[in-house]
Design a protein around this ligand. Sequence first.
Ligand SMILES: Cc1cc2nc3c(=O)[nH]c(=O)nc-3n(C[C@H](O)[C@H](O)[C@H](O)COP(=O)(O)OP(=O)(O)OC[C@H]3O[C@@H](n4cnc5c(N)ncnc54)[C@H](O)[C@@H]3O)c2cc1C
Length: 338
Amino acid sequence: MEMMEDVVIVGAGIAGLATAVALKRVGVRALVLREIARDTSHSYDPLFKGSVTNINTGDVQQVLFSEQGIRPVHRKALLEALAEELPTDTIRFSSKLAAIESQEQGGGASIAVVHLEDGTAIKSKVLIGCDGVNSIGSSTVVRTGRASPLRAISGENMTGEPEQIQREVLEKYAENFPSIYLDVVRHADLSTISWAPLMFRHPWRIIFGNLNKGNITVAGDAMHPMTPELGQGGGSSLEDAVVLGRHIGNSIIKNGGQFVEGDMAKAIDDYVKERRSRAALLVTGSYLSGWIQHGGAKWWERFFRDRLFFKYIFGFLAGLAHYNCGNLPAASSSGKED
Ligand SMILES: Cc1cc2nc3c(=O)[nH]c(=O)nc-3n(C[C@H](O)[C@H](O)[C@H](O)COP(=O)(O)OP(=O)(O)OC[C@H]3O[C@@H](n4cnc5c(N)ncnc54)[C@H](O)[C@@H]3O)c2cc1C
């Protein structure tokens, strides 16, 4: 089977669904390829302070967030809210990407051909890889050597080697998070849980590396995998969606409401240029926050962590969450909006 689409998005995580919603708002229909289905849950009040517990000593440090606070949203609720915005035929289920090919169209133009595991080939004028940290197009993701149990507990896909987990260690860890984590830890079947290795991309690879080629690019973890300490991997995926939607929407407006294939490479290039430094900053801040939390028995490391970092620096880094990534332009006159 062979199909033709204007925009194909690989992956129906936060980045994939948010990008599809942003494109819909500017009048572009995108086909989202989704491996599996997800369900729903709830959201929380804003947090104005947090705490960091030293599991070895029991010492607790308070961290003050900015005046606006930080509002946690349950991932499943977010995914469902995004999916609900999309017409049902936008998401193609059981669609696992197997390979990508670029086909020359003459005159320097090219289209992407997405090959699925079931043998389907989908041609696309624009291809956006939102397939997460293990993106098929990525080879520059590195492990930190650290791992997180909570991703496993919260029902995420897991990779990595199974390891025995102690309930009391998990409970201590979970006390730093919204109370749902503690509930989940107390009721979890620990025999089925393993640690998820935390991975990231070096910031200099985000600033200088290849993140787009013609009409193909990446968003979310596929672009800027980061460790979770700032809680900004999902947030920055939403920013990607808005910025990409804005550049594609502006291209359509500039071309009188038409999706002009030849102009898409420039829109994508502008998107990547806009995102590089912001993503690299978040990756660096997250890595630093994780590194200082998890390691360091030397006196200066303990001094930095226990006396300086959480008191004076972490609040600033957490404040990076407050970022204006701009607006989407009004829907174009392409007539494709639902
Ligand atoms: C422990 C932990 C805690 C975190 N906490 C937070 C937090 O508090 N706040 C926050 O904002 N972020 C947090 N993050 C980061 C956040 O989870 C990610 O940044 C975010 O999920 C990225 O979204 P994504 O859509 O890019 O990737 P993913 O959510 O990984 O989605 C990728 C999608 O692509 C699909 N896919 C993969 N390969 C293929 C293929 N070959 N074919 C088709 N589909 C494919 C997958 O099934 C998946 O649906 C945390 C991460 C971890 C590990």
